[in-house]
Design a protein around this ligand. Structure first.
Ligand code: UD1
Ligand code: MG
Length: 462
């Protein structure tokens, strides 16, 4: 196999998106369009990957900072796709092999299709091989014009004759090119068309004149070559991507009660026998174990959930870990840096932030636990608040094992409640509590006998 050099065109403005964000940075199931295209390209194990950037170039580069091998070239003015590919000349001229040209806004193309393109290209020893598709409604695409069955040129929608408009075979905008003659031929592309642009597809007619071999490979599922030009198309393609991910999950033994309203990002992993209810969002690098229940309205972001965990309705978990056998929610908010231990219970209206709940620990109702460590089997009563912030700094609350925190306690950090201690309900705890001690941090109740009757009498007299 010859060396493969991938070039991705991503300099265009994406006018129809009506967005401040460059088009290729819009996301589908958690990944930017460009990230998806680059992942597919990587499957070809290319020698080099060059991206042509222009509109929003700095933002696009910044989003890809973790891909050190990626080379960028800038197309200062967007004069057309032919001009865009010419910008890669300095990186590629003099090298040998095959250029695979991808479009940054076509994220559905599979690596298998690209391999088929390369096979067809190698077999025919063509100078250019075009991926084509057959569409019932070809409007807007470049049409493949054939002479004696062989591709002879590509005509853009705006430049078509009435007869050419009826051609249903279209140009995907994805090609394989032999590198040797490519850049000299690109130089000879002109701008004699309705848009006054340098059209890359004109290369086909140029090669035909030069009597170079040309080939096409037709993709079976035409959806694969769909480009995204508007928010509507973004939504349509998102639906397809989501559907595919959901099918993969179901094939792996996950129950989705309603796949149409299950939103699972590309890199999320879910174990078998987990049941996902409608309207659940699993995002980023989330991993869910097996035999879990994830109830409606849950949103889990970049988090790891163990096995047999029940995440009840409307719970949000972000950048945290929830270990096996635990219950979380409904209406729980597990904020970044939290760890819910095995068999722990986090109930309704409980918020954790950078807080570790030990094995079997419970906070079943209405609590704020921030910057805290809570030991095994401890019980945090309703209305408990860790006062972790003094207006300037955050402080730690350390709760040992088997501690009982009575309802409506305020734990003023930094403070430590040692193993086995008890906190009386309604306490404001401002100093450390020794192991096994009872802390009462409130004024003592006083009962005034007969007070109600006395007040009545006093009122009657006035
Ligand atoms: C292009 C093809 C058309 C094909 C269609 C498939 C041309 C002239 N036409 O049309 O035959 O059917 O794709 O989707 O190539 N870009 C640059 N710099 C530029 C212009 C474009 O980098 O100066 C990039 C865009 O960001 C985009 C890609 O090239 O990623 C395609 O450009 P676009 O304007 O979308 O071309 P289409 O009109 O869709
Ligand atoms: Mg396009």
């Amino acid at each position: 196999m010859p060396d493969i050099h991938v070039v991705v065109l991503a300099a265009g403005k994406g006018t129809r998106m009506k967005s401040l964000l460059p088009k290729v940075l819009h996301r589908i199931s958690g990944l930017t369009l460009i990230e998806r295209v680059l992942r597919t390209a990587a499957a070809l194990q290319p020698r080099s990957v060059t991206m042509v950037v222009g509109h929003g170039a700095d933002e696009v580069r910044a989003s890809l900072i973790k891909r050190p091998r990626l080379q960028f070239v800038t197309q200062e003015q967007q004069l057309g796709t032919g001009h865009a590919l010419l910008q890669a000349r300095t990186h590629l001229e003099g090298k040998k092999g095959t250029v695979v040209l991808l479009s940054g806004d076509a994220p559905l193309l599979t690596a298998a299709s690209l391999r088929a393109l390369l096979d067809a290209h190698a077999e025919t020893e063509a100078a250019a091989t075009v991926i084509t598709a057959r569409l019932q409604r070809p409007f807007g695409y470049g049409r493949i014009v054939r002479t004696n069955g062989k591709i002879s040129k590509i005509v853009e929608e705006r430049d078509t004759t009435a007869a050419q408009k009826t051609i249903t075979e279209i140009n995907s905008g994805i090609y394989a090119f032999d590198l040797a003659p490519l850049f000299d031929a690109l130089d000879s592309i002109g701008t004699a068309n309705k848009q006054g642009e340098y059209y890359l597809p004109d290369l086909i007619a140029i090669y035909r004149k030069q009597k170079r071999a040309l080939a096409t490979w037709t993709v079976e599922r035409a959806d694969e070559i769909r480009g995204i030009n508007s928010r509507t198309e973004l939504a349509e393609v998102s639906t397809m991507v989501r559907q595919q991910k959901n099918e993969e999950l179901m094939a792996a033994g996950v129950t989705l009660i309603d796949p149409a309203t299950t939103y699972v990002d590309a890199d999320v992993v879910v174990g078998a026998d987990t049941v996902i209810y409608p309207c659940v969002f699993l995002e980023g690098s989330t991993k869910i174990g097996s035999a879990c229940e994830i109830h409606s309205g849950a949103r889990i972001v970049n988090s790891t959930i163990g096995d047999r965990v029940c995440v009840r309705n409307h719970t949000v978990v972000t950048d945290s870990t929830v270990e096996s056998g635990s219950f979380v929610g409904p209406f729980a908010h597990i904020r970044p840096g939290s760890e819910v231990g095995e068999d722990a219970h986090i109930g309704n209206f409980v918020e954790l932030k950078k807080t570790v709940m030990g094995k079997g620990a419970k906070a079943n109702h209405l609590a704020y636990l921030g910057d805290a460590t809570i030991g095994a089997k401890s019980n945090v009563g309703a209305g408990t608040i860790t006062c972790n912030y003094d207006g300037e700094k955050k402080h730690q609350t350390v709760i040992g094992n088997n501690v009982f925190v009575g309802s409506n306690s305020t734990l003023v950090a930094p403070v430590t409640l040692a193993d086995g201690s008890y906190i009386a309900a309604g306490s404001a705890v401002t100093t450390d509590v020794p192991a096994g001690a009872l802390a009462i941090g409130r004024s003592r109740q006083e009962n005034k006998e007969g007070w109600v009757a006395k007040r009545k009498d006093a009122k009657a007299k006035t």
